[in-house]
Ligand binder design. Structure first.
Ligand code: AMP
Ligand code: GLY
Length: 422
């Protein structure tokens, strides 16, 4: 198979690494990719949101299957674009269409879906600018903390949690007035759930599904889960508190009704579903759906996936996922993210990275890097993901931390406490 992978993060490097292990992978192209994906295939300087340019690459390189890493092209309808185009009819594409991707692209859509299919999630109401008064009144009747969510995609910044009613009313006013642009023209206000979060990944062809290894990510920049949110500072898989009984609840209460909802509504969903879950007093609730794999969870999850990922993706796109089995590596895996100084605020790019050759016993997945005349330099906030195996996740973390020490660039920072709460 000739594969085109869209995206440029650590998640995409992990996809590329895994695809390359498959005897089915005859050629791999990544658009736009990074310095790490370039080790496994050919990077193409194409923006995944430029669908005509993606199409041109598909035809030029005789691509058989397109796998979409990030959510934006999905929410913008890349799958619809492929379905409609005569010349792309024989090309497999892995990802939901624009309507199905609303499970991530619209919080209100996702909440209403969960309400209809009786999937456990926080109680909520939604408000638009014309219901501002009702919204302020609703907030005044809530018990803080109060969770406000911009309906649309807001680059991971659209969720605000406030500790008192007047701040929440102020925030609601600002959001409805366009604080997050069109994304906050509608705002979901939901009940605060107190518990511990984890991530479950499902691959579906719209009829059957396969559950991938469970993971947990660490979103805050600071140790002890303090400071601003980031794209993710580390991940572990498996997650000790997510035992067989918890996964049984997740499957029966969340995964099965989600797939049933997709079928009943005839949604075009062949791809990954990322369930952002929270355990509250022994029961799982959905915090959010994402229509893609997570980053940096993918690095730990794929490290533990023994099944051929090309075969899995093709089976999902062809509607024969029921033929596949998920085989898992029994070892634990853990990932530590190295970021640029200043991230998630402003940071500098273009810092030369040294010491990559000294890494021993870990995999290095590139995120914000690029190759500058043969020298790998920083090119983003999250720079590298260092993933290791261990009998216990703590052993895996130790190995990743030891290797993180060997890599150098100006401003390097990483958390040293990934897994601290497990
Ligand atoms: P989301 O973008 O919906 O995943 O929200 C971002 C983060 O906000 C989540 O990872 C949670 O840590 C937190 N969060 C979202 N919704 C809730 C909720 N209802 N209760 C508590 N925390 C929440
Ligand atoms: N790790 C969280 C995400 O990918 O959204």
């Amino acid at each position: 198979m000739r594969i085109l992978l869209l995206g440029s993060g650590g998640r995409e490097h992990a996809f590329a690494w895994k695809f390359r292990q498959s005897p089915l992978c005859k050629a791999l192209f990544i658009a736009p990719g990074n310095a790490g994906t370039g080790q496994h295939g050919t990077n193409l300087a194409i923006d995944p949101n430029n669908f005509p340019a993606v199409k041109q690459a598909v035809l030029e390189y005789a691509i058989d299957m397109v796998v979409v890493g990030p959510e934006e092209p999905l929410v913008r309808g890349i799958v619809d674009f492929f379905r409609k185009d005569e010349s792309l009819q024989n090309v497999l594409i892995v990802g939901p269409d624009g309507h199905a991707a609303l499970l991530e692209g619209s919080k209100a859509f996702a909440k209403e879906f969960m309400r209809e299919f009786v999937i456990p999630t926080a109680a909520y109401e939604e408000f638009t600018p014309k219901d501002l008064r009702a919204g302020l009144d609703y907030v005044s009747r809530q018990q803080p903390p109060i969770v406000l969510k911009a309906d649309g995609l807001a680059a991971g910044k659209g969720v605000v949690i406030l500790d008192n009613i007047s701040d929440a009313q102020q925030e609601l006013q600002e959001m409805l007035a366009g604080k997050f642009g069109a994304a906050s023209e509608k705002v979901v206000i939901e009940q605060f759930l107190k518990g511990i979060e984890f991530s479950v990944f499902v691959l579906t062809d719209g009829k059957s599904y396969k559950i991938l290894p469970v993971a947990k990510d660490y979103k805050r920049i600071g140790e002890g889960d303090t400071g601003p949110n980031t794209g993710g500072m580390g991940s572990v898989s498996p997650v000790p508190f997510v035992d067989k009984e918890m996964m049984r609840k997740v499957e029966s209460r969340i995964i099965k009704p989600t797939i049933r909802g997709i079928q009943e509504r005839e949604m075009d969903y062949c791809g990954f579903i990322f369930l952002g879950l929270i355990e509250v007093e022994g029961d799982p609730y959905v915090i959010e759906y994402n229509c893609r794999m997570g980053d940096p969870e993918t690095q730990s999850v794929f490290a533990r996936l023994n099944t051929d990922l090309v075969a899995l993706c093709a089976a999902a796109a062809q509607g024969r996922l029921d033929e596949m089995e998920i085989e898992t590596d029994e070892r634990a895996a853990a990932t530590i993210i190295l970021v640029s100084g200043g991230y998630p605020g402003s940071y500098e790019k273009g810092k030369p990275i040294t010491g990559l050759d000294a890494v021993n016993g870990s995999m290095v997945f590139h995120a914000g890097t690029k190759s500058d005349n043969g020298q790998v330099v920083t090119n983003g906030g999250r720079v590298l993901a260092i993933t290791s195996y261990g009998d216990h996740f703590q052993d895996a973390i130790k190995t990743s931390l030891a290797n993180a020490e060997k890599v150098e660039y100006e401003g390097k920072y990483n958390r040293r406490d990934i897994g601290f709460d497990l």
